[in-house]
Design a protein around this ligand. Structure first.
Ligand code: PMP
Length: 298
C-alpha cells in the first residue's frame, strides 16, 4: 500500500441522535481520508487523469485555485508522482489548511479576500499561461464530478442500497454533481446545500463564514435536473450543528458538514419514511484557529 491507496472507502455512520425509527440519517465521514477531506478523491483523480492523457508528467508542475482542501488533496497525491504543486488561495480561509499544503511541499500564493474564489481562479490561470504549469481547473473540468462518480457514488450504493435521499453541500459542485448523476439512475433524490450568499437558489452572491461551500457562478458540470431541491443554510445554524454533533454523536466536523446536516434534517422533516445519506466533507481540527466551536459568541 502507499498513501494514495488510503483514499476512499470512508466509513458511513448512522446518526443515532438525529434518526427516528422510520427516517434514518447516515453520514459519510470524509475526514477519514489521509489528507483529512473529501478532496483527496479529487486530487487523486485530477492528477492521475492528467498523467493518463499526457497533459502532466512525473516531475512536472500543476497549479490550482482552492480554499484549501483541494490543495491538500493535490499536494498529497503530488508527493507520490514527484509533481510540484502551486496553489492560489484567497486570504481569510483557515490557516491550518495553508500550513498542511505547505508542509506537503506546495508553494502557496495568497489572493485578496475581496476578490473571492474568482480572483484566485484568474491568478491560477494566468500562472499556468506564463509558467507553463498544468491548470487542474477544478471549477470547470469534467474530471471533477468524475472523481466522485467512480468512487463516492459507488461506495454509497454498495453500503446502503436502501438510500432514498442524498444530501451534499456545493463549493465547486463536483461532489454533488458526480454523485447525484449516478444516484438518479437508482431512484435516489439529491438535495444540494449552500450557505446564504451562494447563487444556486437564485440568490445574490455574498459573504459567508461556512467554509468550503458557496457558489459564485453556476458550475458548468451541474445539470439542474439532478437537483431535487436547494437548501440554503445560514452560518449560525451550520456552526450550531458542529457543536451539537460533537456533543450528540462524538463527531468532530467542519462547518460545511454542519450545513449539510441541516439540509438532511429538513428532508427528514418532510418525509414519513426513508434513508438519508449526508456527506461530511472534513473535520473540526483544521478550523481550531478560527474558533469553530465558539462561532456566534457561544
Ligand atoms: N466542504 C468542504 C470543507 C470543502 O472543502 C469543499 C470543497 N470546496 C466542499 C464542502 C464542497 O465540495 P465540492 O467542491 O465538491 O462542491
Amino acid at each position: 500500500m502507499n498513501t494514495i491507496d488510503l483514499i476512499g472507502q470512508t466509513p458511513l455512520v448512522h446518526l443515532r441522535h438525529y434518526s427516528t425509527e422510520n427516517v434514518r440519517i447516515f453520514a459519510k465521514l470524509e475526514m477519514h481520508n489521509p489528507g483529512g477531506s473529501v478532496k483527496d478523491r479529487l486530487g487523486k483523480h485530477l492528477i492521475e487523469q492528467a498523467i493518463a492523457r499526457g497533459d502532466l508528467q512525473r516531475g512536472g508542475q500543476l497549479v490550482e485555485a482552492t480554499a484549501g482542501n483541494t490543495g491538500i488533496g493535490l499536494a498529497l497525491v503530488a508527493t507520490q508522482y514527484d509533481i510540484r504543486c502551486v496553489i492560489f488561495a484567497p486570504e481569510g480561509f483557515s490557516e491550518e489548511k495553508i500550513e498542511i499544503m505547505r508542509v506537503m511541499g506546495a508553494t502557496i500564493y495568497r489572493t485578496p479576500r475581496a476578490d473571492g474564489m474568482l480572483g484566485a481562479r484568474q491568478a491560477a490561470k494566468q500562472f499556468a499561461e506564463t509558467e507553463g504549469a498544468y491548470y487542474t481547473n477544478q471549477f470547470e473540468t469534467q474530471d471533477n464530478p468524475a472523481a466522485y462518480k467512480e468512487t463516492l457514488a459507488q461506495e454509497l450504493i454498495q453500503a446502503l442500497p436502501s438510500m432514498n435521499y442524498f444530501v451534499a453541500g456545493a463549493g465547486s459542485g463536483g461532489t454533488f454533481s458526480g454523485v447525484s448523476e449516478v444516484l438518479q439512475v437508482h431512484g435516489v433524490k439529491s438535495v444540494v446545500v449552500e450557505p446564504t450568499g451562494s447563487i444556486l437558489s437564485g440568490g445574490e452572491k455574498g459573504k459567508h463564514d461556512t467554509e468550503g461551500i458557496g457558489v459564485e457562478v453556476w458550475p458548468p458540470f451541474l445539470e439542474p435536473s439532478w437537483i431535487d431541491c436547494v437548501e440554503v443554510v445560514p452560518d449560525d445554524i451550520a456552526f450550531r450543528h458542529v457543536r451539537e454533533l460533537a456533543r450528540n454523536e462524538g463527531l468532530l466536523v467542519g462547518s460545511s458538514s454542519g450545513a449539510a446536516l441541516e439540509g438532511a434534517l429538513r428532508v427528514a422533516k418532510r418525509i414519513e419514511q426513508g434513508d438519508i445519506v449526508v456527506v461530511f466533507p472534513d473535520g473540526s481540527d483544521r478550523y481550531m484557529s478560527k474558533q469553530i466551536f465558539q462561532y456566534g459568541g457561544v
